[in-house]
Design a protein around this ligand. Structure first.
Ligand SMILES: *[C@@H]1O[C@H](CO)[C@@H](O)[C@H](O)[C@H]1NC(C)=O
Ligand SMILES: *[C@@H]1O[C@H](CO)[C@@H](O)[C@H](O)[C@H]1NC(C)=O
Ligand SMILES: *[C@@H]1O[C@H](CO)[C@@H](O)[C@H](O)[C@H]1NC(C)=O
Length: 429
């Protein structure tokens, strides 16, 4: 039986439906380590996933492990024969161009001019455009075999010689997938940008096809967003654009989890809070999870206690999410600060003694904690030592003014600061 509490918020299948099957593999491996699904189910999914790839030996290994046997089904051995046969044949047909590309002396003859190169290859090496096309097939085959570095290399070279826009674009997707699987995040980011540029260009005649490409792109890009050091900024930059908001609303509302998490974790991006809230509210009946509900609790309902409860749930949701699992601590810490700041902002001036009391700290430590937050630019406030108060500075007035307006009649709720801020246990550190 699956652990239903833990799997309730699992969106792996929604994401997997928008990924290349090779990219789904890391997600399955991750779920396996989390142990929230029966081992056998994951193994079967893996075998199913590998069935249409050329990673035949890998599939056999998993089958053997799963069934505790040395025997494998005859389809598997048959498929292996076919794959090897095809590989051998492709290697032969691709030999002219591959041999050329592997020869450093010959490659020197290439110039930054496609037309020249194509003619030169034909005239000097008897390599035709058809031979060049074989390179694409060969690269794709390597990819299916799990040889991503060979695939990426061949695709770069193919794109350098390919004159057909669409084919070159397909090759770019293939390269993007390869770079992701090789965990080359800078290269992957470059490909991501190129793909985005191409999708947004006029080359697309069908709006529907364009939308589909965007939906795929945001899913594939999650790998970059959560691995590249600057990834969460790129995520926000991309997803707040109208055309990507449209893609989220049409085909990927679950993406709101990642957008919300990125905004909570990355304080600099709180400028889009207002749009985020609007988007979460508008999608509420189609998609919600503890992360989006946290935002609603805090900024729509001004329910500090509720937000604290949601935050607890978020911890579990993030821990079981392939992309967010490494951000749990960052998320919790920033979310807590978010609650605290919102509370503070509503009050404008907070009595330090009261705060220390609620935080279960002596006044000096509370003051130190606040001073630290201020020094690290995590809280826009001043300490008035004489009065023994914290005076909040104003920031992002839009959202907070609204809150202050709305909470004038709701002040009772804000007394739950104790639960909201303190549940942390981290405050003292
Ligand atoms: C092998 O090649 C045949 C003939 O080109 C093709 O129909 C088949 O799909 C290929 N199989 C694989 C696994 O590449
Ligand atoms: C050029 O290649 C074609 C096949 O790709 C072959 O039939 C022909 O003999 C080759 N010509 C030379 C001069 O090698
Ligand atoms: C990957 O492909 C390259 C080029 O065909 C080959 O030289 C290399 O041995 C392959 N690597 C693996 C692990 O199969």
């Amino acid at each position: 039986m699956a652990d239903q509490d833990a799997t309730r918020w699992d969106i792996t299948s929604k994401i997997a439906g928008n990924l290349d099957r090779h990219l789904v593999f890391p997600l399955l491996e991750f779920l396996q380590t989390r142990g929230i699904y029966p081992e056998e189910d994951i193994m079967n999914s893996k075998i199913e996933l590998l069935k249409d790839t050329n990673m035949v030996d890998f599939a056999m290994d998993i089958y053997r492990q799963n069934n505790g046997t040395e025997e494998v089904p005859v389809e598997m051995t048959e498929r292996r024969k076919v794959v090897i046969g095809n590989l051998t044949q492709l290697q032969e047909t691709a030999a002219p161009i591959v041999d050329f590309l592997l020869d450093e002396n010959k490659v020197k003859d290439l110039r930054n001019d496609k037309a020249y190169n194509i003619k030169m290859l034909q005239d000097q090496y008897n390599i035709s455009q058809d031979d060049i096309e074989v390179l694409f097939k060969f690269a794709k085959f390597q990819f299916e075999c799990g040889n991503y570095s060979a695939c990426a290399d061949f695709l770069v070279q193919y794109r350098g010689l390919c004159t057909k826009l669409e084919k070159s674009f397909s090759a770019l997707w293939g390269k993007f997938a390869s770079e992701i699987l090789l965990q080359n995040w800078n290269e992957a980011l470059e490909d991501l940008n190129k793909i985005q540029e191409y999708i947004d260009s006029k080359s697309f005649t069908s709006a529907l096809a364009q939308l589909q490409q965007r939906i795929w792109l945001i899913h594939w890009s999650l790998f970059v967003f959560f691995n590249h050091e600057n990834g969460m900024n790129f995520l926000v930059d991309m997803l707040v654009q109208d055309r990507y908001v449209n893609a989220i609303q049409t085909g990927a509302p679950h993406m709101l989890r990642y957008l919300a998490a990125a905004v909570i974790i990355n304080k600099k991006r709180r400028n889009i809070l207002k749009e985020l809230i609007k988007l979460i509210k508008s999608e509420k009946y189609i998609y919600s999870d503890p992360v989006t509900e946290f935002i609603i609790c805090l900024f729509v309902d001004y329910d500090f206690e509720g937000a604290q409860k949601k935050l607890k749930e978020c911890e579990a949701v993030l821990a079981n999410d392939y992309f967010l699992t490494a951000c749990v601590d960052d998320f919790v810490e920033n979310a807590r600060l978010f609650i605290f700041e919102t509370y503070c902002r509503i009050h404008e001036t907070i009595d330090m003694k009261m705060l220390a009391n609620k935080l279960n700290m002596d006044q000096e430590s509370a003051e130190k904690w606040i001073a630290n937050l201020i020094r690290n630019a995590r809280l826009n406030a001043k300490i008035d030592s004489q009065q023994g108060t914290v005076v909040m500075g104003s920031q992002h007035p839009g959202v907070y003014e609204q809150i202050v307006e709305k909470t004038k009649s709701l002040t009772a709720r804000t007394y739950h600061l104790a639960n909201a801020v303190i549940g942390s246990g981290k405050v003292n550190s």
